[in-house]
Design a binder for this molecule. Structure first.
Ligand code: ADP
Ligand code: ASP
Ligand code: MG
Length: 417
Protein backbone atom coordinates (compact mmCIF):
# COMPACT_ATOMS: atom_id res chain seq x y z
CA UNK A 1 0.00 0.00 0.00
CA UNK A 2 1.20 3.47 -0.74
CA UNK A 3 0.04 7.04 -0.54
CA UNK A 4 -0.59 8.85 -3.81
CA UNK A 5 -1.47 12.28 -5.09
CA UNK A 6 -3.41 12.18 -8.37
CA UNK A 7 -3.65 15.53 -10.20
CA UNK A 8 -6.06 16.06 -13.09
CA UNK A 9 -5.73 19.06 -15.42
CA UNK A 10 -8.42 21.07 -17.20
CA UNK A 11 -9.02 18.83 -20.22
CA UNK A 12 -9.27 15.81 -17.91
CA UNK A 13 -12.19 17.42 -16.03
CA UNK A 14 -13.68 19.33 -18.98
CA UNK A 15 -17.22 17.97 -18.52
CA UNK A 16 -19.24 15.63 -16.30
CA UNK A 17 -18.38 12.55 -18.36
CA UNK A 18 -14.69 13.23 -17.97
CA UNK A 19 -15.15 13.90 -14.24
CA UNK A 20 -16.85 10.50 -13.95
CA UNK A 21 -13.90 8.99 -15.81
CA UNK A 22 -11.54 10.65 -13.33
CA UNK A 23 -13.60 9.20 -10.47
CA UNK A 24 -13.08 5.73 -11.95
CA UNK A 25 -9.32 6.34 -12.09
CA UNK A 26 -9.39 7.33 -8.42
CA UNK A 27 -11.51 4.29 -7.54
CA UNK A 28 -8.93 2.08 -9.26
CA UNK A 29 -6.21 3.31 -6.89
CA UNK A 30 -8.48 3.18 -3.83
CA UNK A 31 -9.45 -0.41 -4.69
CA UNK A 32 -5.76 -1.25 -4.93
CA UNK A 33 -5.53 -0.18 -1.28
CA UNK A 34 -3.80 3.19 -1.62
CA UNK A 35 -4.46 6.38 0.33
CA UNK A 36 -5.38 8.99 -2.26
CA UNK A 37 -5.44 12.79 -2.35
CA UNK A 38 -6.72 14.20 -5.64
CA UNK A 39 -5.90 17.68 -6.92
CA UNK A 40 -8.08 19.15 -9.65
CA UNK A 41 -7.87 22.08 -12.05
CA UNK A 42 -10.81 24.08 -13.33
CA UNK A 43 -12.71 22.73 -16.34
CA UNK A 44 -10.87 23.41 -19.61
CA UNK A 45 -11.26 27.04 -20.70
CA UNK A 46 -12.89 28.12 -17.41
CA UNK A 47 -9.86 29.96 -15.98
CA UNK A 48 -9.32 31.79 -19.28
CA UNK A 49 -12.95 32.91 -19.17
CA UNK A 50 -12.66 34.11 -15.57
CA UNK A 51 -9.42 35.97 -16.31
CA UNK A 52 -11.09 37.65 -19.31
CA UNK A 53 -14.06 38.69 -17.15
CA UNK A 54 -11.73 40.41 -14.68
CA UNK A 55 -9.96 42.19 -17.54
CA UNK A 56 -13.25 43.26 -19.11
CA UNK A 57 -14.56 44.51 -15.76
CA UNK A 58 -11.51 46.75 -15.44
CA UNK A 59 -8.03 46.60 -16.92
CA UNK A 60 -6.68 47.95 -13.62
CA UNK A 61 -8.41 45.37 -11.41
CA UNK A 62 -7.37 44.63 -7.83
CA UNK A 63 -5.26 41.44 -7.66
CA UNK A 64 -7.08 40.29 -4.49
CA UNK A 65 -10.40 40.39 -6.32
CA UNK A 66 -8.85 38.73 -9.40
CA UNK A 67 -7.90 35.83 -7.09
CA UNK A 68 -11.40 35.71 -5.59
CA UNK A 69 -12.78 35.31 -9.11
CA UNK A 70 -10.27 32.97 -10.78
CA UNK A 71 -10.00 30.56 -7.83
CA UNK A 72 -13.67 29.71 -8.27
CA UNK A 73 -13.11 27.34 -11.21
CA UNK A 74 -11.33 24.79 -9.02
CA UNK A 75 -13.98 25.06 -6.31
CA UNK A 76 -16.55 23.71 -8.78
CA UNK A 77 -14.49 20.76 -10.02
CA UNK A 78 -13.44 19.68 -6.53
CA UNK A 79 -17.08 19.55 -5.41
CA UNK A 80 -18.23 17.77 -8.57
CA UNK A 81 -15.51 15.14 -8.31
CA UNK A 82 -16.34 14.48 -4.65
CA UNK A 83 -19.98 13.95 -5.70
CA UNK A 84 -18.92 11.61 -8.55
CA UNK A 85 -16.74 9.60 -6.15
CA UNK A 86 -19.52 9.33 -3.58
CA UNK A 87 -21.79 8.06 -6.36
CA UNK A 88 -19.29 5.21 -6.87
CA UNK A 89 -19.51 4.38 -3.16
CA UNK A 90 -16.21 6.01 -2.23
CA UNK A 91 -15.83 8.19 0.86
CA UNK A 92 -14.69 11.55 -0.45
CA UNK A 93 -14.59 15.15 0.73
CA UNK A 94 -13.68 18.32 -1.17
CA UNK A 95 -11.23 20.87 0.22
CA UNK A 96 -10.60 24.48 -0.71
CA UNK A 97 -7.11 25.87 -0.21
CA UNK A 98 -8.14 27.83 2.90
CA UNK A 99 -9.75 24.80 4.53
CA UNK A 100 -6.60 22.66 4.61
CA UNK A 101 -5.00 25.32 4.92
CA UNK A 102 -2.47 25.86 2.12
CA UNK A 103 -0.64 28.95 3.35
CA UNK A 104 0.93 31.13 0.68
CA UNK A 105 2.72 34.43 0.30
CA UNK A 106 0.55 37.49 -0.26
CA UNK A 107 1.68 37.94 -3.89
CA UNK A 108 -1.86 37.74 -5.27
CA UNK A 109 -2.10 36.09 -8.72
CA UNK A 110 1.37 34.59 -8.39
CA UNK A 111 1.58 33.48 -4.77
CA UNK A 112 4.12 30.95 -3.51
CA UNK A 113 3.19 28.10 -1.21
CA UNK A 114 4.82 28.58 2.19
CA UNK A 115 3.38 25.78 4.27
CA UNK A 116 0.71 23.08 4.12
CA UNK A 117 -0.75 21.37 7.14
CA UNK A 118 -1.37 17.82 5.97
CA UNK A 119 -2.35 16.40 9.38
CA UNK A 120 -6.13 16.46 8.94
CA UNK A 121 -5.88 14.77 5.52
CA UNK A 122 -3.60 12.07 6.93
CA UNK A 123 -5.85 11.36 9.91
CA UNK A 124 -8.84 11.00 7.59
CA UNK A 125 -6.92 8.46 5.49
CA UNK A 126 -6.26 6.36 8.56
CA UNK A 127 -9.55 6.80 10.39
CA UNK A 128 -12.06 6.69 7.54
CA UNK A 129 -10.23 5.79 4.33
CA UNK A 130 -11.53 9.10 2.99
CA UNK A 131 -10.29 10.45 -0.34
CA UNK A 132 -9.40 14.14 -0.22
CA UNK A 133 -10.39 16.10 -3.33
CA UNK A 134 -8.43 19.34 -3.26
CA UNK A 135 -8.98 22.46 -5.34
CA UNK A 136 -5.66 23.15 -7.06
CA UNK A 137 -4.23 26.57 -7.96
CA UNK A 138 -5.35 28.26 -4.72
CA UNK A 139 -4.31 28.93 -1.15
CA UNK A 140 -4.72 31.53 1.55
CA UNK A 141 -2.40 34.31 2.58
CA UNK A 142 -2.03 34.62 6.36
CA UNK A 143 -1.11 38.31 5.87
CA UNK A 144 -4.19 39.33 3.93
CA UNK A 145 -6.43 36.50 5.16
CA UNK A 146 -7.66 36.16 1.59
CA UNK A 147 -7.72 33.56 -1.18
CA UNK A 148 -4.61 33.58 -3.35
CA UNK A 149 -3.78 31.85 -6.64
CA UNK A 150 -0.45 30.40 -7.70
CA UNK A 151 -0.07 31.66 -11.27
CA UNK A 152 -1.28 29.94 -14.45
CA UNK A 153 -0.75 26.20 -14.44
CA UNK A 154 -0.48 26.34 -10.64
CA UNK A 155 -2.44 23.15 -9.93
CA UNK A 156 0.71 21.17 -10.74
CA UNK A 157 2.45 23.01 -7.93
CA UNK A 158 -0.48 22.43 -5.55
CA UNK A 159 -0.22 18.71 -6.30
CA UNK A 160 3.51 18.38 -5.67
CA UNK A 161 3.32 20.53 -2.52
CA UNK A 162 0.46 18.42 -1.14
CA UNK A 163 2.37 15.25 -2.00
CA UNK A 164 5.27 16.52 0.10
CA UNK A 165 2.98 17.61 2.95
CA UNK A 166 1.25 14.24 3.26
CA UNK A 167 4.52 12.37 2.63
CA UNK A 168 3.15 10.67 -0.47
CA UNK A 169 5.19 8.06 -2.29
CA UNK A 170 4.56 9.66 -5.68
CA UNK A 171 2.73 12.49 -7.38
CA UNK A 172 0.89 11.42 -10.53
CA UNK A 173 0.08 14.22 -12.99
CA UNK A 174 -2.72 13.06 -15.29
CA UNK A 175 -3.04 15.19 -18.40
CA UNK A 176 -4.02 15.15 -22.07
CA UNK A 177 -0.70 13.65 -23.23
CA UNK A 178 0.77 10.40 -22.01
CA UNK A 179 4.03 11.83 -20.74
CA UNK A 180 6.77 14.36 -21.31
CA UNK A 181 8.01 14.36 -24.88
CA UNK A 182 11.26 15.54 -26.47
CA UNK A 183 9.23 18.57 -27.58
CA UNK A 184 5.56 19.53 -27.75
CA UNK A 185 3.97 16.53 -29.51
CA UNK A 186 1.22 18.79 -30.88
CA UNK A 187 3.81 20.69 -32.90
CA UNK A 188 6.23 17.92 -33.78
CA UNK A 189 4.44 14.64 -34.54
CA UNK A 190 7.82 12.88 -34.48
CA UNK A 191 8.41 13.88 -30.84
CA UNK A 192 9.35 10.93 -28.65
CA UNK A 193 8.03 10.18 -25.18
CA UNK A 194 10.75 10.09 -22.54
CA UNK A 195 10.57 7.22 -20.02
CA UNK A 196 12.49 9.30 -17.51
CA UNK A 197 13.78 12.83 -17.29
CA UNK A 198 15.95 14.43 -14.61
CA UNK A 199 14.46 17.25 -12.51
CA UNK A 200 17.13 19.65 -13.83
CA UNK A 201 16.29 19.01 -17.49
CA UNK A 202 12.56 19.20 -16.79
CA UNK A 203 13.06 22.46 -14.94
CA UNK A 204 14.72 23.98 -18.02
CA UNK A 205 12.10 22.56 -20.41
CA UNK A 206 9.30 23.98 -18.27
CA UNK A 207 10.94 27.38 -17.77
CA UNK A 208 11.62 27.71 -21.48
CA UNK A 209 8.01 27.15 -22.47
CA UNK A 210 6.98 23.46 -22.24
CA UNK A 211 3.77 24.06 -20.34
CA UNK A 212 3.18 20.40 -19.48
CA UNK A 213 4.27 21.24 -15.89
CA UNK A 214 4.41 24.55 -14.04
CA UNK A 215 8.05 25.45 -13.34
CA UNK A 216 7.52 25.72 -9.60
CA UNK A 217 6.11 22.21 -9.39
CA UNK A 218 9.36 20.83 -10.82
CA UNK A 219 11.41 22.99 -8.45
CA UNK A 220 9.43 21.63 -5.52
CA UNK A 221 9.74 18.05 -6.76
CA UNK A 222 13.49 18.54 -6.89
CA UNK A 223 13.90 20.12 -3.45
CA UNK A 224 11.44 17.72 -1.78
CA UNK A 225 12.76 14.74 -3.73
CA UNK A 226 9.22 13.85 -4.77
CA UNK A 227 9.00 11.62 -7.84
CA UNK A 228 6.52 13.04 -10.37
CA UNK A 229 4.90 10.75 -12.93
CA UNK A 230 3.23 12.38 -15.96
CA UNK A 231 0.59 10.17 -17.60
CA UNK A 232 -2.65 10.28 -19.57
CA UNK A 233 -6.11 10.58 -18.05
CA UNK A 234 -7.67 9.38 -21.29
CA UNK A 235 -6.79 5.70 -20.84
CA UNK A 236 -9.83 3.71 -19.76
CA UNK A 237 -9.32 3.00 -16.04
CA UNK A 238 -10.52 -0.58 -16.57
CA UNK A 239 -7.72 -1.26 -19.09
CA UNK A 240 -4.91 -0.36 -16.71
CA UNK A 241 -3.05 -3.30 -15.25
CA UNK A 242 -2.76 -2.55 -11.50
CA UNK A 243 0.56 -4.40 -11.37
CA UNK A 244 2.08 -3.07 -14.60
CA UNK A 245 3.82 0.21 -15.41
CA UNK A 246 1.53 2.45 -17.47
CA UNK A 247 2.89 4.65 -20.28
CA UNK A 248 4.21 7.87 -18.85
CA UNK A 249 7.30 9.82 -17.84
CA UNK A 250 8.98 9.71 -14.45
CA UNK A 251 10.66 12.93 -13.38
CA UNK A 252 13.37 11.93 -10.97
CA UNK A 253 16.90 12.57 -9.73
CA UNK A 254 19.75 12.43 -12.25
CA UNK A 255 21.17 9.40 -10.45
CA UNK A 256 18.07 7.42 -11.46
CA UNK A 257 18.50 8.04 -15.19
CA UNK A 258 20.14 5.13 -16.94
CA UNK A 259 20.77 6.40 -20.45
CA UNK A 260 22.02 9.86 -21.14
CA UNK A 261 21.74 11.91 -24.30
CA UNK A 262 23.49 15.16 -25.01
CA UNK A 263 20.18 16.83 -25.88
CA UNK A 264 17.09 15.85 -23.88
CA UNK A 265 14.49 18.09 -25.47
CA UNK A 266 13.52 21.32 -27.17
CA UNK A 267 11.18 23.96 -25.80
CA UNK A 268 9.85 27.08 -27.45
CA UNK A 269 8.00 30.17 -26.47
CA UNK A 270 6.16 32.68 -28.61
CA UNK A 271 5.45 34.95 -25.65
CA UNK A 272 8.56 37.04 -26.16
CA UNK A 273 9.25 40.59 -27.23
CA UNK A 274 12.56 41.97 -28.42
CA UNK A 275 13.67 45.49 -27.55
CA UNK A 276 16.71 47.18 -29.08
CA UNK A 277 18.09 50.40 -27.67
CA UNK A 278 20.14 51.96 -30.47
CA UNK A 279 23.22 54.15 -30.32
CA UNK A 280 23.68 54.32 -26.61
CA UNK A 281 26.78 56.06 -25.40
CA UNK A 282 29.36 53.30 -24.75
CA UNK A 283 30.42 54.14 -21.21
CA UNK A 284 30.29 52.47 -17.77
CA UNK A 285 26.85 52.48 -16.17
CA UNK A 286 24.66 52.39 -19.30
CA UNK A 287 23.52 48.81 -18.75
CA UNK A 288 22.50 49.73 -15.20
CA UNK A 289 20.63 52.80 -16.43
CA UNK A 290 18.48 50.51 -18.60
CA UNK A 291 18.06 47.42 -16.45
CA UNK A 292 17.59 49.02 -13.03
CA UNK A 293 14.40 50.88 -14.07
CA UNK A 294 13.11 47.67 -15.71
CA UNK A 295 13.79 45.69 -12.54
CA UNK A 296 12.08 48.39 -10.48
CA UNK A 297 9.05 47.99 -12.73
CA UNK A 298 9.14 44.22 -12.05
CA UNK A 299 9.87 43.41 -15.68
CA UNK A 300 11.81 40.22 -16.22
CA UNK A 301 14.61 40.60 -18.72
CA UNK A 302 15.77 37.39 -20.35
CA UNK A 303 18.25 37.38 -23.26
CA UNK A 304 20.70 40.30 -23.43
CA UNK A 305 23.04 41.07 -26.31
CA UNK A 306 25.31 44.11 -26.42
CA UNK A 307 27.24 44.88 -29.57
CA UNK A 308 30.86 45.89 -29.37
CA UNK A 309 30.84 49.42 -30.71
CA UNK A 310 32.73 50.09 -33.90
CA UNK A 311 33.72 53.65 -33.15
CA UNK A 312 34.16 53.24 -29.38
CA UNK A 313 31.46 55.88 -28.89
CA UNK A 314 28.05 54.25 -29.28
CA UNK A 315 26.66 50.77 -29.07
CA UNK A 316 23.33 48.89 -29.43
CA UNK A 317 21.77 46.84 -26.67
CA UNK A 318 19.13 44.19 -27.41
CA UNK A 319 17.15 42.23 -24.85
CA UNK A 320 13.92 40.27 -24.51
CA UNK A 321 11.01 40.65 -22.09
CA UNK A 322 7.72 38.71 -21.81
CA UNK A 323 5.38 39.85 -24.60
CA UNK A 324 2.83 40.89 -21.96
CA UNK A 325 5.37 43.42 -20.60
CA UNK A 326 6.35 44.80 -24.00
CA UNK A 327 4.41 48.06 -23.78
CA UNK A 328 5.44 48.68 -20.16
CA UNK A 329 9.10 47.99 -20.98
CA UNK A 330 8.99 50.51 -23.85
CA UNK A 331 7.39 53.11 -21.59
CA UNK A 332 9.96 52.50 -18.88
CA UNK A 333 12.90 52.94 -21.28
CA UNK A 334 11.34 56.00 -22.89
CA UNK A 335 10.82 57.58 -19.48
CA UNK A 336 14.51 56.99 -18.63
CA UNK A 337 15.70 58.32 -22.02
CA UNK A 338 17.56 61.32 -20.64
CA UNK A 339 19.38 59.23 -18.09
CA UNK A 340 20.30 56.47 -20.58
CA UNK A 341 21.06 58.68 -23.58
CA UNK A 342 20.16 56.79 -26.76
CA UNK A 343 19.14 57.66 -30.31
CA UNK A 344 16.36 55.16 -31.10
CA UNK A 345 14.18 52.49 -29.54
CA UNK A 346 13.13 49.54 -31.73
CA UNK A 347 11.01 46.59 -30.72
CA UNK A 348 9.30 43.52 -32.14
CA UNK A 349 6.74 41.07 -30.81
CA UNK A 350 6.82 38.63 -33.71
CA UNK A 351 9.77 36.77 -32.21
CA UNK A 352 10.06 33.31 -30.67
CA UNK A 353 12.64 31.73 -28.42
CA UNK A 354 13.78 28.19 -29.16
CA UNK A 355 15.69 26.44 -26.38
CA UNK A 356 17.71 23.27 -26.68
CA UNK A 357 18.14 21.51 -23.35
CA UNK A 358 20.29 18.68 -22.07
CA UNK A 359 22.43 18.09 -18.99
CA UNK A 360 24.75 16.15 -21.31
CA UNK A 361 25.85 19.51 -22.77
CA UNK A 362 28.02 20.03 -19.71
CA UNK A 363 30.53 17.58 -21.11
CA UNK A 364 30.06 18.17 -24.85
CA UNK A 365 31.40 21.10 -26.83
CA UNK A 366 30.03 22.40 -30.12
CA UNK A 367 26.40 21.43 -29.58
CA UNK A 368 25.13 24.95 -30.28
CA UNK A 369 27.38 25.41 -33.31
CA UNK A 370 25.58 22.55 -35.07
CA UNK A 371 22.28 24.37 -34.58
CA UNK A 372 23.53 27.63 -36.10
CA UNK A 373 24.57 25.76 -39.24
CA UNK A 374 21.33 23.75 -39.51
CA UNK A 375 19.16 26.86 -39.13
CA UNK A 376 21.17 28.90 -41.61
CA UNK A 377 20.78 26.06 -44.14
CA UNK A 378 17.01 26.61 -43.79
CA UNK A 379 17.42 30.37 -44.21
CA UNK A 380 16.43 31.10 -40.59
CA UNK A 381 18.02 34.20 -39.15
CA UNK A 382 19.07 34.20 -35.49
CA UNK A 383 18.40 37.50 -33.73
CA UNK A 384 19.97 36.73 -30.36
CA UNK A 385 21.65 33.84 -28.56
CA UNK A 386 22.14 32.94 -24.91
CA UNK A 387 23.85 29.91 -23.48
CA UNK A 388 24.12 28.31 -20.06
CA UNK A 389 25.60 25.08 -18.77
CA UNK A 390 22.77 22.81 -19.87
CA UNK A 391 20.89 24.82 -22.50
CA UNK A 392 21.12 27.39 -25.24
CA UNK A 393 18.35 29.62 -26.55
CA UNK A 394 17.93 31.27 -29.92
CA UNK A 395 15.64 34.15 -30.77
CA UNK A 396 14.11 33.92 -34.25
CA UNK A 397 11.12 35.26 -36.22
CA UNK A 398 7.88 33.66 -34.98
CA UNK A 399 6.96 32.51 -38.49
CA UNK A 400 9.88 30.04 -38.43
CA UNK A 401 9.13 28.51 -35.00
CA UNK A 402 7.78 25.16 -36.17
CA UNK A 403 10.41 24.78 -38.90
CA UNK A 404 13.23 25.58 -36.46
CA UNK A 405 11.95 23.19 -33.78
CA UNK A 406 11.53 20.36 -36.29
CA UNK A 407 14.96 20.99 -37.83
CA UNK A 408 16.71 20.92 -34.46
CA UNK A 409 14.67 17.92 -33.30
CA UNK A 410 15.98 15.93 -36.27
CA UNK A 411 19.50 17.36 -35.98
CA UNK A 412 19.92 16.12 -32.41
CA UNK A 413 18.54 12.66 -33.14
CA UNK A 414 15.35 13.12 -31.15
CA UNK A 415 12.90 11.98 -33.85
CA UNK A 416 10.87 8.88 -33.22
CA UNK A 417 12.01 6.04 -35.44
P1 ADP B 1 -3.35 20.26 -18.02
O1 ADP B 1 -4.60 20.98 -18.39
O2 ADP B 1 -3.56 18.80 -17.82
O3 ADP B 1 -2.59 20.91 -16.91
P2 ADP B 1 -1.60 21.52 -19.96
O4 ADP B 1 -2.31 21.98 -21.18
O5 ADP B 1 -1.24 22.52 -18.93
O6 ADP B 1 -2.44 20.31 -19.34
O7 ADP B 1 -0.25 20.74 -20.38
C1 ADP B 1 -0.30 19.68 -21.30
C2 ADP B 1 0.13 20.18 -22.69
O8 ADP B 1 1.50 20.54 -22.65
C3 ADP B 1 0.05 19.14 -23.77
O9 ADP B 1 -1.22 19.10 -24.35
C4 ADP B 1 1.13 19.58 -24.77
O10 ADP B 1 0.59 20.24 -25.89
C5 ADP B 1 1.95 20.62 -23.98
N1 ADP B 1 3.39 20.34 -24.04
C6 ADP B 1 4.34 21.27 -24.32
N2 ADP B 1 5.55 20.73 -24.33
C7 ADP B 1 5.40 19.41 -24.04
C8 ADP B 1 6.31 18.32 -23.90
N3 ADP B 1 7.62 18.48 -24.06
N4 ADP B 1 5.81 17.10 -23.59
C9 ADP B 1 4.48 16.93 -23.42
N5 ADP B 1 3.57 17.93 -23.54
C10 ADP B 1 4.01 19.16 -23.85
N1 ASP C 1 -6.89 26.43 -13.77
C1 ASP C 1 -5.60 27.07 -13.61
C2 ASP C 1 -5.07 27.55 -14.96
O1 ASP C 1 -5.71 27.34 -15.98
C3 ASP C 1 -4.60 26.21 -12.92
C4 ASP C 1 -4.20 24.96 -13.65
O2 ASP C 1 -4.90 24.52 -14.56
O3 ASP C 1 -3.17 24.38 -13.29
O4 ASP C 1 -4.05 28.18 -15.01
MG1 MG D 1 -1.29 22.59 -16.83
Amino acid sequence: MSRLVMKFGGTSVANLDRIRNVARHVKREVDAGHDVAVVVSAMAGKTNELVAWCRDASSMHDAREYDAVVASGEQITSGLLAIALQALGIQARSWQGWQIPIRTSDAHASARILEIDGSELISRFTERKEVAVIAGFQGISPQTGRITTLGRGGSDTSAVAIAAAIRADRCDIYTDVDGVYTTDPRVVPKARRLDRIAFEDMLELASQGAKVLQVRSVELGMTQNMPIFVRSSFDAPEDIDPHGTPPGTLICGEEDIMESHVVTGIAFSKDEAQISVRQIEDKPGVAASIFVPLADANINVDMIVQNVSEDGKTTDLTFTVPASDHARARETITRAKDMIGYARLDSATDVAKISVIGSGMRSHAGVAAQAFKALSDKGINIRAITTSEIKFSLLIDTAYTELAVRTLHTLYGLDQT
